[in-house]
Write a protein that binds this ligand. Structure first.
Ligand SMILES: Cc1cc2nc3c(=O)[nH]c(=O)nc-3n(C[C@H](O)[C@H](O)[C@H](O)COP(=O)(O)O)c2cc1C
Length: 245
């Protein structure tokens, strides 16, 4: 018996007076579609009724265990598991100089159940290095030269295991920090998908970033999204799940 028939039958049973003919009749029949009114779609009350449904199916011998003949349709529970397993493997990699992108990246990793990796420079950035008002500061000098590749502290990111890499950074001078360019060239991203995300004062990720990241990495790169520092885990999850199917 399908899940919907089960729910229809259950509804009619609930409506019928105990011990009445109607209740007895229910043992053998199911409602027609005109009697669907008042029955919620199964997914909105999935857990409790779905478990009942599975128990009823099992009792009726409709569920095939691993020793079954293999021809019966797989139980919905195992289908859900399959779907879950088919979800692409994600990695959240980020660079953050002052902690804002780190916060978003950690929330994102938790929301999608992915490992998180911090891209760190071999030489950490000091407050002076980050002074964008000073054209001689380290960040100003690095960002003026698009070929600049500051050294990474390590190349331990578990990129090889990932199918989708969410790559986060603070916007510096309207683009990705040079350290992110070093990261994109340091690993084999071929056949993978990179999804950019950023934090900033006001600037968006920008139109050039995906094409530049694709050229540097060889990966397929999705147009990214800028998030405010306080973006919620739910919002991040809703955005990210679309890239994992
Ligand atoms: C060197 C430097 C350049 C920046 N350039 C920009 C910019 O072009 N546009 C912008 O909106 N914000 C800019 N910002 C602000 C950062 O993008 C913003 O504060 C970001 O959220 C910091 O993230 P973090 O804490 O992860 O490093 C710049 C910050 C620094 C240090």
């Amino acid at each position: 018996m399908g899940l919907f028939d089960f729910l229809k039958k259950k509804k009619k049973k609930e409506d019928a007076a105990p011990g009445s003919e109607a209740e007895e009749a229910m043992e053998a029949a199911v409602l027609d579609d005109s009697q669907l009114e008042g029955i919620e779609p199964p997914e909105t009350r999935f857990t409790e009724e779905y478990r009942e449904y599975l128990a009823a199916q099992e009792a009726a011998g409709e569920v095939q265990g691993p020793a079954g003949d293999g021809e019966a349709e797989a139980a919905p529970a195992s289908k859900d598991k399959e779907r879950e397993e088919r979800k692409m493997k994600a990695l959240v990699a980020y660079f953050s100089a002052s902690g804002v992108t780190a916060g978003v990246a950690n929330r994102l990793a938790e929301a999608v159940g992915a490992p998180v990796y911090e891209i760190r420079p071999a030489v950490p950035y000091t407050a002076e290095d980050l002074d964008w008002r000073n054209e001689k500061s380290r960040s100003s000098v690095e960002m003026k030269d698009k070929d600049c590749r500051p050294a990474l502290a390590d190349t331990d990111a578990p990129v090889a295991e990932a199918e989708v890499v969410f790559l986060g950074y603070p916007v510096w001078w309207y683009r990705e920090p040079s350290l992110v360019d070093t990261f994109l060239e340091a690993y084999d991203f071929k056949g993978k998908r990179i999804v950019l995300f950023a934090t900033s004062g006001v600037s968006p990720v920008g139109d050039e970033a995906p094409a530049r990241a694709a050229a540097l990495s060889g990966a397929a790169v999705e147009p990214g999204k800028r998030f405010p520092a306080d973006v919620s885990g739910e919002e991040l999850k809703a955005w990210a799940e679309g890239f994992l199917r």
